[in-house]
Design a protein around this ligand. Structure first.
Ligand SMILES: Nc1ncnc2c1ncn2[C@@H]1O[C@H](COP(=O)(O)OP(=O)(O)O)[C@@H](O)[C@H]1O
Ligand SMILES: [Mg+2]
Length: 258
């Protein structure tokens, strides 16, 4: 997945400025940064939802040269928030994934996806009656149903996730990040907007740090999640240490009270 010189200004405000971005299949790529940094906008450009901001290539082909169903066949998108206006059941929401792309597949895959996000037995429940974290996992099951196999005809498929663990307890954060790792380990690509820097350090191969519409840094967690950069972009006192024995960065906010 590759984007070059993405630029967007709205109402005189810079939202994205000359953003170059790449993500490799077989890896989990995280996008971090403060609220309003442009993370969701970047993900929308990569997914093809936002047009005219600059060229994006998916497996070597310009998004604009692909038909809608071809794009849906190769990448699934978990948006930041998904409210539903109608009383759909859980299985009806997950089935939407079956009808994307070329279509095909049956309820078995939808039920498998629900079990994978730890929602076996929820199929007949009303989506709107579920907790925020449960709804988020239903939406992930929908996306997994859409692109169940991480590879398709020798090409990697892509999971684009906007704050996939935002309202999840720590156990289900692991469930979701494990799904991401597994997808990447099987050859697919994962791009996830993340707020939890420690989870990012533990699960991501590469990190893109966004700040005010620009890329402030990109690379391995230990090279990007540094005390200096994190303090600068988040504007608060914090200390990055490392967890032995692997040297994974660990970000600890510091209290201002002595
Ligand atoms: N349609 C829009 N009109 C005006 N401003 C927008 C629009 N969409 C996003 N923005 C602004 O662009 C900035 C980046 O938004 P976003 O990409 O959603 O940030 P985040 O990094 O929190 O996901 C924010 O300041 C937001 O208010
Ligand atoms: Mg966002």
């Amino acid at each position: 997945m590759e984007a070059r010189g993405l630029t967007l200004a709205l109402g005189g405000k810079t939202i994205l400025e000359s953003v170059d971005f790449t993500a490799a299949p077989g890896e989990v790529t995280a996008i971090v940064g403060p609220n309003g940094a442009g993370k969701t906008t970047l993900l929308k450009a990569l997914s093809g939802e936002l047009k005219g901001v600059g060229p994006v290539r998916l497996n070597g082909t310009a998004l604009t040269d692909l038909r809608g169903w071809q794009v849906a066949e190769m990448r699934g998108v978990l948006p930041q928030a998904s409210a539903l206006a109608f009383p759909f059941t859980v299985i009806e929401v997950v089935r939407i994934g079956l009808s994307s792309g070329r279509g095909g597949g049956d309820d078995r895959r939808a039920l498998q996806a629900l079990a994978r996000v730890d929602l076996a037995g929820f199929a007949g429940r009303y989506y709107n009656d579920l907790s925020g974290g449960e709804q988020q996992r239903v939406q992930l099951a929908r996306v997994l149903t859409q692109i169940w196999e991480p590879m398709s005809e020798g090409q990697p498929r892509w999971l684009l996730l906007d704050e996939p663990v935002a309202s999840l307890d720590v156990g289900h954060q692991f469930t979701v990040m494990d799904i991401a790792r597994e997808f990447a380990a099987s050859g697919g690509g994962v791009i996830a907007v993340m707020h939890d820097l420690n989870l990012t350090a533990m699960f991501a191969d590469k990190v893109w740090v966004m700040h005010r519409g620009r890329v402030a840094a990109s690379g391995a967690p230990r090279d990007t999640l540094t005390t200096d950069l994190m303090q600068t972009i988040y504007g608060c006192p914090l200390q990055v240490n490392t967890v032995p024995p692997l040297g994974i960065p660990f970000v600890l906010p510091q209290t201002r009270v002595s």
